[in-house]
Design a protein around this ligand. Structure first.
Ligand code: HEM
Length: 389
């Protein structure tokens, strides 16, 4: 049985850690070393990862003793979030908000998201020939989108964007990040209270009308912000960096813009940025891939490695926009599968289309090898992406 400590640190910008891929080949359900001398079951095959994530006996409740989520970078939030609930609490809480994120509802946001992206690009391009794409485009777009979903008044966008960017800034100390989160939490709590008196056309008002209590609703607002901001921003910058590094892929999308939705799906699979989305605690004796996992043992459904499983994705290390990779697990799987996935897909699609159409001369302003990737952390991505045109 393997005992090496398991690390999510990436060595190559385009690949999950080689040790994870090796385990997938030789011992796809293996108990490995984990933080603070602990142990965890690393599950690396696509079918086994789905089996774990779709079985609620593998608990998401971080308050359970032995749950492997205490990684030091959790948001320190006392409010219980959807993402850490088990059924029946989770089923009820998710059921209350699911209707806000249906494909139909999100598709209706396309014109507004297109405007938001165009405004960010206008500001980026105005009188300049270079920029940090993370700051100019990747962070502001999801921040403005979520602010509007929550019904934050337009004049507060600056505050919202500044603080959500500060919270997402991995260079900042955890104190500075938590201060920004505290300000956002206070802001969302005030927003919820203002909606009690003056309902509007937004998620918070609709949830209040459906009987949600203000405290739970503040928790939901904060979760949507955390879950939807940096994730989408990192996928935007990784996708654009890849297209600029691989001109043949960029040209393929220029020539065939109808491939953009497929490209979004393939890039989601390829990068699978939510590094620790699949951490669970077993609450029963359960067999996975022929191996018995005992009640009380920690489990890691390793999505980025599952998404390179050659049994499901032939030539898994090749980026192929025509692959039709919808069965990937970049958004997780099962009851906790990403609530915002339709929104994330739409934002990525609109951003890629606009960048390809509007900036034909876009190029990296530093060699690809010098891009500062977030090799270690809860979300894979890029710190800064200097580009020129
Ligand atoms: C590319 C962008 C995104 C990625 C890769 C991503 C990934 C994920 C993953 C892997 C999970 C499952 C975690 C688990 O099983 O424990 C998840 C859950 C979640 N995501 Fe996303 N996400 C993205 C964007 C968004 C957006 C835009 C929103 C909303 C505005 C959002 C809201 C949520 C919520 C609320 C959950 C918890 C769902 C639940 O526990 O029932 N995400 N996300």
């Amino acid at each position: 049985m393997a005992t090496a400590a398991f690390s999510t640190q990436r060595m190559d910008p385009y690949s999950p850690p080689p040790e994870h891929l090796r385990l997938q080949e030789v011992e796809p359900v293996s108990q490995v070393g984990w933080q603070n001398d602990g142990k965890i079951w690393a599950i690396t095959k696509h079918a086994d990862v789905r089996a774990v994530l779709s079985d609620s006996r593998f608990s998401s409740d971080r308050t359970l003793p032995g749950h492997p989520t205490n990684l030091g970078y959790a948001p320190g939030n006392k409010l219980k979030q959807l993402i850490e609930m088990d059924p029946p609490e989770h089923t009820e809480a998710r059921g209350r908000v699911m209707g806000e994120f249906t494909l139909k509802k999100i598709s209706a946001m396309r014109p507004r998201i297109t405007e938001i992206v165009d405004q960010a690009l206008d500001a980026m391009l105005l009188g300049k020939s270079e920029a940090d794409l993370v700051e100019a485009l990747a962070l502001p777009v999801p921040s403005v989108v979520i602010a509007e979903l929550l019904g934050a008044p337009y004049e507060d966008h600056d505050f919202f964007q500044k603080n959500s960017s500060a919270f997402a800034d991995p260079h900042a100390s955890s104190e500075v990040r938590m201060e920004a989160m505290g300000r956002l939490k206070g802001y969302i709590a005030d927003l919820v209270n203002s909606r009690v008196e003056n309902p509007g056309d937004d998620i918070l008002s609709r949830q209040l009308a459906a009987g949600a209590n203000p405290e739970d609703l503040t928790g939901l607002g904060v979760l949507l912000l955390i879950a939807g901001h940096e994730t989408t921003a990192n996928m935007i910058s990784l996708s654009i960096a890849t297209l600029l590094d691989k001109p043949e892929l960029l040209q393929q999308l220029r020539d065939n813009p109808e491939l953009i939705p497929g490209a979004v799906e393939e890039l989601l699979r390829y990068f699978t940025i939510a590094e620790i989305g699949g951490l669970r605690l077993s609450t029963d004796d359960i067999e996975i891939g022929g191996t018995l996992i005992r009640s009380g043992e920690a489990v890691f459904a390793v999505c980025n490695t599952a998404n390179r499983d050659p049994e499901v994705f032939p030539e898994p290390n090749k980026i192929d926009f025509t692959r039709g990779a919808r069965n990937h697990v970049a958004f997780g799987f099962g009851p906790h599968q990403c609530l915002g996935q339709n929104l994330a897909r739409l934002e990525l699609e609109v951003v890629l289309s606009a960048v390809i159409r509007r900036i034909p001369t876009l190029r990296l302003a530093i060699p690809f090898g010098e891009i500062p990737f977030k090799e270690y952390g809860p979300t894979y991505g890029i710190f800064t992406l200097p580009v020129a045109w």
